[in-house]
Design a protein around this ligand. Structure first.
Ligand SMILES: Nc1nc2c(ncn2[C@@H]2O[C@H](COP(=O)(O)OP(=O)(O)OP(=O)(O)O)[C@@H](O)[C@H]2O)c(=O)[nH]1
Ligand SMILES: [Mg+2]
Length: 434
């Protein structure tokens, strides 16, 4: 139905063609490419989203987030804040822990959460902060390696014979903590973001936003976005779907307008001046509430990750980030793509190529045949010459023999004429004749 509406909207004079009126349909088809039909009966494909929904619910969802940033910016505190909210059902809620110590290794925390029968396995990967050393080169290396290892593991699973139960441990989003300096992005942050932005969806946040005033936060946000643009760093941007309803569009725009989110982390429950118990940080001048949108963007960040943009983050990770990593990896391993498969082929050029190849082959064959022929001729000639010589020799021999016989006879003749007796040999011959 949606398609019908959208097409009508784009055509100048909307005409709805009923399938009962073939004449009108044929006439309309001649001046447009698509015949629009209003279905008169129920076909059933409107149920596709429901099928998809049921299938997804049955399979459940998983989502992996990583927190990255300089040391001491409150990453571990925020992870705990995230898990202490709606992530655990109230009875299982962890007691708020105040003693968060410096993170020294990459560790992941998972929780299976269920809401209205939809299951989600949320994993948050906490990383040790960088920037503690005088030389911070490569201090982000373990993080990049961890992200790549997760891609590798997924690639391995994809290459197995059985691909039915692939576990997706790839990082779908990185929450990147920026120190609340109020100035600009630090060179180290720029460097780390540049290392990460081709591999993960970056979501920048201003850490410990309670240390800045509202005006300072607004100015700092603008400055950070400008720095990000100047350094050509890609941060995650939610897509805009024109087909969404107005409420959704407005909600998404509202969330995206808060990037980089100014967040505050706190695990302690404190009581406010008006007697409410809230999670927040208490200062001599008042309380900052984590879950109050007036106070910070923590709720917006959580909404974006879990409620509004989770599928987009996962899709972008799979279709772009992982795909790029995968093809680079396979190319570097020597798996080559036969680019000719994708090349457009011009039949005339192709025919010409084939013809010249064929001609070259023919010329080669002809030359070979000529050579063989010449060789055979030469052999025959030499044979003939040999037998000719033999013939001459025999001829000469026979001639000489004849000459000798003639001379003998001549001699005999003169002897007979002179009356001289024939030689003994002749006598004997005479005797034998008698
Ligand atoms: N003012 C303020 N302090 C915070 C906030 N979040 C955390 N802190 C404090 O900052 C200190 C460091 O917090 P952590 O969560 O350990 O920081 P981290 O980023 O995990 O540090 P590393 O593990 O060393 O990278 C703790 O004393 C926290 O109580 C915040 O939003 N505002
Ligand atoms: Mg930590």
């Amino acid at each position: 139905m949606n398609a019908v509406h959208s097409q009508q909207a784009s055509a100048p004079a909307p005409t709805t063609i009923s399938s009962k009126d073939p004449k009108a349909a044929a006439a309309a088809a001649s001046d447009m490419n698509i015949v629009r039909r209003k279905l008169t009966g129920y076909v059933g494909f409107a149920n596709l989203p429901n099928q998809w929904h049921r299938k997804s619910v049955r399979k459940g969802f998983n989502f992996n987030v990583m927190v990255v940033g300089e040391s001491g910016l409150g990453k571990s505190t925020l992870v705990n804040t995230l898990f202490n909210t709606s992530l655990y059902p109230p009875k299982e809620r962890k007691a708020p822990s105040l003693d968060i110590s410096k993170t020294v290794a990459i560790q992941s925390i998972s929780a299976d959460i269920e809401e209205n029968g939809v299951r989600l396995r949320l994993t948050v990967v906490d990383t040790p902060g960088f920037g503690d050393y005088i030389n911070n080169d490569e201090s982000w290396d373990p993080i990049v390696k961890n992200i790549e290892q997760r891609f590798d593991a997924y690639l391995d699973q994809e290459n197995k014979v059985n691909r039915m139960n692939i576990v997706d441990n790839r990082i779908h989003a990185v929450v990147f903590f920026i120190q609340p300096t109020g100035h600009s992005l630090k060179p180290l942050d720029v460097e780390v973001m540049k290392k990460l932005h081709t591999k993960v969806n970056l979501i920048p946040v201003i850490a410990k936003a309670d240390t800045l005033t509202d005006e300072e936060i607004a100015a700092f946000k603008a400055r950070i976005l400008a720095d990000i643009q100047y350094n050509k760093i890609h941060i995650f941007e939610g897509p805009r779907y024109e087909l969404d309803d107005e409420e959704t569009i407005a909600e998404n725009a509202e969330i995206m307008s808060k990037v980089p989110f100014a967040v505050v982390g706190a695990n302690a429950e404190v009581s406010t001046a008006d007697g409410r118990k809230v999670r927040g940080r208490r200062y001599p001048w008042g309380v900052i509430e984590v879950d109050n949108e007036e106070h910070c963007d923590f709720v917006k960040l959580r909404q974006m990750l879990i409620r509004t943009h989770m599928e987009e983050l996962k899709e972008h990770t799979n279709n772009q980030l992982y795909e790029n990593y995968r093809s680079d990896k396979l190319t570097s391993m020597g798996v080559q793509q036969d680019s000719s498969v994708f090349k457009e082929i011009n039949p005339a050029v192709k025919q010409e190529e084939e013809r010249s190849l064929h001609e070259a082959k023919l010329a080669k064959m002809e030359m070979e045949m000529k050579m063989v022929f010449q060789q055979k001729v030469a052999e025959k000639e030499s044979k003939l010459r040999q037998s000719e010589e033999e013939l001459y020799a025999r001829h000469r021999e026979m001639k000489e023999q004849l000459e000798r016989q003639r001379q003998e006879l001549e001699e005999k003749k003169t002897r007979i004429e002179q009356g001289r007796p024939l030689e003994e040999k002749g006598k004997r011959k005479g005797f034998s004749l008698r």
